[in-house]
Design a binder for this molecule. Sequence first.
Ligand code: PHE
Length: 448
Amino acid sequence: MYTNRFSRVGFILAAAGSAVGLGNIWKFPYITGENGGGVFVFVYLLTVILIGLSIFIAEVLVGSSTNQDSVTSFETLSPKGKKYWKYSGFTFLTGIIILSFYSIVVGWILNYVVIALTNLPQNSAEAESVFMTMLKDDIFTQLFYYTLAFLIIAYTISKGVKKGIEKLNNYLMPTLIMILIIMFFYSMSLSGFTKALEFMFYPNIEKFHASSIIIAVGHAFFTLSIGMATILSYSASLDRNINIVKASITIVSLDTLIAIVAGIIIFSVVFTAGQEPSQGPGLVFVTLPAIFYEMGIIGNIMAIAFFVALAFAAITSAISVLEPTVMYLVERKKISRKKATYGISFIFYILGIFALLSNTNSFSEILTFGTKNLFDWFDFITAAILMPLGGILLAVFVGYVMDKQQIRNKLVPLMGEKFFKLWLILIRYVAPISVFFIMLNETGLLKL
Ligand code: PHE
């Protein structure tokens, strides 16, 4: 039995900390920019509510029903003769691969906090060169910040749920939210604010394609941290008597709200500078720093606040990816938390070094396989294959394998009969089928 438990607020902050990450502040704004703004936001909201929230509730249900690590959870909840479902618990291995490229980006952000504090690039050409030099040539700087990210993540997890994860989130999440609120109010005073609102909420059909729907569903998954035992393991470390439906709705709403607020802030800045919103992944590391510089002292303060917020969001997500594996080793294999944490962290650290080197000029050739380098492969394998697969397994398990009466007893008092029926349809049909199509599309087996 897990004695080291989250408090109610601790759980909500930690799960929101997991959900709110690079996906919200870095990725959501640029995919919205690339996919036509308003229509994309609308489709995204729909998928978050229909697919994201229902899988999220299912994952919290599994974790909180057993209070065990993910493998034991699946094992305990499968009926006799179907105990092989325990292997679904191993989806936590996806996290090790995610960590090995996610922590590299955490490293970049830490570097950008320092850049924001010392000297921002003065125009977009310089901003581009600062980013590209870091990425392609400066192995030492990247390794330094990557190691720092690794140490923060491993240290927090080694301290456990209460003294590590909960404590860190208790500090970082409220600070992050405060920073975003202040930045939001400031962005209201910018001339680009109304244009940003219009862009985010006014449908622009032109840039919206069938593939945008797939991107929206895929992103709903990534941003909610579902399909890889993360939310399951956090929920397993939760106090028993909490309303899991209410908690799930709170976390999912917070995640969505933060993505939208981050989008409005970023687009207000971009439109005020007279630039275009569709600038791809370079939006945060290239476009914004140069605009911040042009804004003078206020821009400088904004740059610091922005990268600190991004760092906090990314760190609280990164730690959540490591926890399920460590929990499994501690609970099931009886390895001490410290040993488990540093052992697993060492594996992702080494994998990450190869991923980091694969972006650099000196090593890109030997670390590129086919069309992608190692860094992109890790991203692709996790986002296109492993996370959707984890999501399908979870939906099928809860929808078809787990004891229906047990689920009903737990959920009907919390959501009522009508919503329970709707949720069941979403979990049994809508979620697995749509996620299956994303997988086919993203792996290139079906092209939309
Ligand atoms: N949800 C996080 C984000 O939006 C990323 C993440 C994915 C975290 C999977 C944990 C598990 O950045």
